[in-house]
Design a protein around this ligand. Sequence first.
Ligand SMILES: [Zn+2]
Length: 226
Amino acid sequence: MYVKVETERLNFIRFNQSKLRSDEYIHLRDAIATEGHAANIGCLTILPASYDKHPVIDRTWTARVFKQKITVLMDYIVKQKVFGAVRCWMYSVEWQKRGLPHAHILLWMFDKIRPDHIDSIISAEIPDKQTDPELYSIVTTSMIHGPCGVHNPESVCMENGNCTKRFPRPFTAETISGNDGYPLYRRRSPDDNGKWIELMVKRNETNVTVIVDNRWIVPYFPLLGQ
Ligand SMILES: [Zn+2]
């Protein structure tokens, strides 16, 4: 996909040399002026400075790291059976022509996952700072949605006054498996020993401190943080 996009970009530059005023580039002009062999410049293509070659390295690197990470993840799932024994599996990786890749993974299990088992795998809560400072740091910096809504009505996720990602989610004392197959993850309230943090958000060009509790946590797989 990357090569396809890159080819399109290079072709645009090659076929739009006059529009890009490439003949005005100083070295090329000098060559024509001093040597007078304009015909000999062949089909040289001038790459404008705006054509950045670094993303090639970045994306190759990203692809390699992503491949390593997904291999480790599939090992955790299939060989170490973190969700239980897997009957079969498949995944597809999406790049969407930009940004970071992500994978959709489909697993067929021998046994259904029970709600009490889910809590040991997926969490939607702020972890304990003392017992796992590293996980605490990852979750509080990367796994907090928004904040949007009352905390920040200008957030990109907001549409007609509502968060399109359905945050903040309600507090839930225990994980419940829904009838549609989607579990409602445990999100304990501060009254029920749930953690909370203070977070600085920008509102109308000024920084304000908001309280973020478990209603704002994007569900995560703690094992991946290791
Ligand atoms: Zn939102």
